[in-house]
Design a protein around this ligand. Structure first.
Ligand SMILES: [Zn+2]
Length: 291
């Protein structure tokens, strides 16, 4: 299926909203939904969960909080996804691994990527127990390691194995996704010291779109990092009336100064990126089928 197939898929996700488990009111959809790459940033509050679909391949980057499991499951159901090639858990905070155990209990996952960092929380313990029980291969990729996701390539940039951090956010897996000449930079909640270390390591982080680090906090998105990344688009994973005051106004201004197109999940809902036929488009999922 080509573009019409993608729009068909988007239309029904947007139309149905999928408000109950199993999403049984979703029509049967042909899978794969696209011959290109689809990247869906889910509106899950001040938390991260991104669904990637490339032909018959599917993967998740982070799993939001525990209470967002049904939202994630509904999106998977609407896309006809019953298993995952990979699950990336950027770092062990509850707004990134909250639904990981339940995902692993309900969907076969071929492999998991996560940093070496640990947390002393029941959420982390539950996740780890589930990975061990199900004997899913899990590894902490070194900078420079690649993962082939269909025709897309992920290159991990941080953190170096063996490195410890005083702030767990800085243990976030940071990586570039490349497909058809386009690049998306995923940053987890990494902070400025990590940004500096990535730049010092000489990585080319120029990208078309950045998942804004740490929900738009001023602990990240340094001017030097943004200058090197020079994204055309930036996606903030945010919630209405954030208790942490995110996104930070100065950080938003930094992206505006770059001339980047900005999306905020708390305002725009799900954000969908489509790379197909050598074009890169970003739009609100609710608007995607209206073009
Ligand atoms: Zn976070």
């Amino acid at each position: 299926m080509k573009r019409n197939g993608i729009l068909f898929f988007l239309f029904f996700i947007a139309l149905t909203s999928c408000l109950f488990p199993g999403c049984s009111h979703c029509p049967d959809m042909q899978f794969p939904p696209s011959d290109g790459l689809l990247v869906l940033f889910l509106d899950v509050g001040q938390a991260d969960c991104t669904l990637l679909i490339q032909e018959e391949h599917a993967m998740l980057i982070d799993t939001a909080t525990e209470d967002q499991y049904e939202t994630i499951a509904d999106h998977l159901a609407c896309a006809g996804i019953t298993s995952l090639d990979a699950l990336i858990l950027t770092h062990p905070h509850a707004d990134h691994i909250g639904s990981a155990a339940e995902i692993l209990e309900n969907y076969p996952v071929e492999q998991i990527f996560l940093p070496e960092a640990t947390a002393t929380t029941t959420t982390f313990d539950h996740m780890l127990d589930t990975i061990l029980e199900q004997q899913i291969p899990a590894s902490a990729p070194e900078p420079g390691a690649h993962f082939q996701f269909g025709d897309a390539t992920l290159t991990f940039l941080s953190p170096p194995n063996g490195k410890t951090f005083s702030d767990l956010n800085d243990s976030s897996l940071v990586f570039l996704l490349e497909y058809d000449g386009f690049r998306i930079l995923f940053t987890g909640d990494a902070g400025i010291t990590v940004e500096e270390q990535i730049l010092e390591s000489g990585w080319d982080i120029q990208c078309d779109l950045i998942k804004v680090p740490h929900h738009g906090s001023d602990t990240a998105s340094s001017a030097d990092f943004l200058h090197a990344a020079s994204p055309d688009w930036a996606v903030f994973t945010t919630e209405e009336d954030s208790p942490d005051g995110l996104p930070d106004e100065d950080v938003v201004s930094r992206y505006e100064t770059l001339g980047a197109g900005l999306f905020f999940t708390h305002q725009d809902g799900d954000i969908v990126v489509e790379i197909s036929d050598s074009t890169f488009t970003v739009e609100r999922l609710s608007a995607a089928f209206m073009n």
